[in-house]
Write a protein that binds this ligand. Sequence first.
Ligand SMILES: [Zn+2]
Length: 262
Amino acid sequence: MHPTKCPVLGVVTHEIAHAMGLGHEQARSDRDQYVVTYWQNLPSSWNAENSGPYKIMSKAYGVGGPYDYDSIMQYGKNFFSINGQDTIAAINGAAIGQGQRIGLSKGDVEQVVAMYMQMKSSCSAGSRFSGERGCKDIDASCAGLAACDGTAHYTNCCACNGGIEYQCFIGGECTPRPPMPAVAAGAAGCIMDITHKFGGHYPCVFGNGCDYGIKIMCPHLVPRMYTSVPANGMNRLPPTINGVTWNGICKPASSGCQFEKV
Ligand SMILES: [Zn+2]
């Protein structure tokens, strides 16, 4: 910020308004209907298309609504003049106080209120994270799932450790992840292959769909492998075991391993 102008409260307010998302009033895409810009009195490198604070912002807020000459985001008549001559003026005569740095205009306040308006009645200003996490199914077919079966379920459905997890706000929507659907009898039936969720960094990442821990023994591995997976938890195999890439636990039926409830 400018070393000598910054002590002016209005200048600080202007910069804070930028941080809140407000752009310069004279950068609105419809500004030429309201102000005339004297380019010959501005730095030669500035133009309407590419550079400088008079460049038009195509997505400016409030275009089509009333132009606010009183905005704290509006430049004064000779800001950045290279020769002392005016640089911008209201088309229909003088705009009193144009470029004011007293404080937010009524229009500025209305814009901020509109930009930060309450979107949902259950959310209040100052909402904070509740500390809980919710989950949203990606696919409607996840509702009432009888079993997790296949990659689509593991990717799309909250009940199968998929879906989209989100941070909940106090007073906002927060749908907890539903319990895993019942799985086939036996601890081996609790094991689900969720390797695809980890970008191929491991040969086998497995989830436990049951609400009890499972101990897994694979005697054909040397040395004898023993691992476990907590209730509704997950575990992974290292990329290689004894130099061999192995994904056996992710294929319980053909792994030759024993899966025991603990
Ligand atoms: Zn500015």
